[in-house]
Design a protein around this ligand. Structure first.
Ligand code: AMP
Ligand code: FE
Ligand code: FE
Ligand code: ZN
Length: 297
């Protein structure tokens, strides 16, 4: 890959794009409009709203972005998928969120989430913690997820923040963890391509046996991988940029901002985020256009 990538990976360039952001449509704590006002204020030139299993925040985000001509907004979504027994979060970018089949799939994914969140709440109840699913759902507003159980635990005084809730109860080995069935990477990549989007591996450090499953995902048509992600240092960036280069993937990424308000939360536009570069954004756009023209024939 060309020299621009080296410069971005080394952190020599100020960030211009953030392609992984959450809103109240899922587990972010800023409304879509407030997020856009905030991101525009950082001076970033490109942003993507990528809520979990939902595009419900996009209309408000685009309406807000209309006041900031220097900011380009990309429609996105984040899907929880699996390849073998590895969980992979996929980011879809440049998706046509008006597509009916996409919306039907997202609704299905959200109802699947509701079942596993209900089970988690039951497990907590068995531990003597008296929160209710109804309150969790109310706190969520949009797509429900474990962070909203965390919010209910905070409200009831059991923990002081989301991180503590994950440490004590909700993390992978925690007592309230339930396994939700997930769609395969193959099916999810196809879904994203069918609505003219590109599919990107989110926060690859969380993917078990990445080197083993990556070639399969490349065969399935994965377009990019996050080289820039929350708290990824120079070594992480170099590692994932190397994999991107090896497999011909676009090196992309973003802060995965949720507006949690914790001290160590990485903020959009922060120097430590570094990338992705404008050339990577353009390459994603070109790939998306290719998928779109293929999907329409
Ligand atoms: P779920 O969507 O229910 O699987 O919950 C996963 C979400 O929880 C992720 O998208 C993050 O937003 C959040 N999350 C995961 N791990 C942690 C953690 N250790 N602390 C706080 N939030 C977390
Ligand atoms: Fe999240
Ligand atoms: Fe994720
Ligand atoms: Zn995310």
């Amino acid at each position: 890959m060309s020299r621009w990538n080296e410069e971005w990976v080394s952190g020599a360039m100020p960030p211009v794009a953030d392609l992984h952001l959450h809103t109240t449509a899922s587990d972010g704590l800023l409304s879509p409009a407030d997020l856009i006002v905030y991101v525009a204020g950082t001076g970033l030139l490109v942003a993507a709203v990528t809520d979990h299993d939902s595009t419900e925040g996009l209309d408000d985000a685009f309406a807000a972005a209309a006041s900031f001509p220097d900011l380009t907004l990309i429609p996105g979504v984040e899907l929880s998928t699996s390849v073998g027994d590895s969980e992979v979060h996929l980011i879809g970018l440049f998706i046509d969120n008006r597509d009916e089949n996409l919306q039907e799939r997202l609704e299905h994914y959200r109802s699947r989430r509701e079942r596993s969140i209900r089970e988690s709440v039951e497990k907590l109840n068995e531990l003597g913690i008296g929160i209710t699913y109804e309150r969790v759902k109310e706190l969520a507003g949009g797509t429900v997820g474990r962070p909203h159980i965390a919010d209910a635990l905070i409200e009831a005084g059991h923990v002081s923040d989301r991180d503590e809730a994950f440490e004590k109860y909700l993390g992978d080995d925690g007592p309230a963890r339930t396994k939700k069935t997930r769609t395969t990477t193959a099916e999810s990549i196809d879904l994203i391509h069918s609505v003219g989007g590109v599919a990107v591996i989110a926060h690859p450090r969380t993917v078990k046996r990445l080197e083993e499953v990556l070639p399969k995902m490349v065969e399935e048509g994965i377009d990019g991988i996050e080289v820039f992600a929350e708290k990824y240092g120079t070594e992480d960036r170099a590692r994932y940029a190397g994999l991107a280069r090896e497999h011909g993937l676009v090196p992309t990424g973003g802060s995965d901002y949720h507006a949690k308000g914790s001290e160590d939360e990485i903020l959009p536009g922060e120097a430590g985020m570094c990338g992705p570069s404008m050339s990577a954004v353009e390459e994603l756009r070109e790939r998306a256009e290719a998928h779109r023209s293929r999907a329409s024939t």
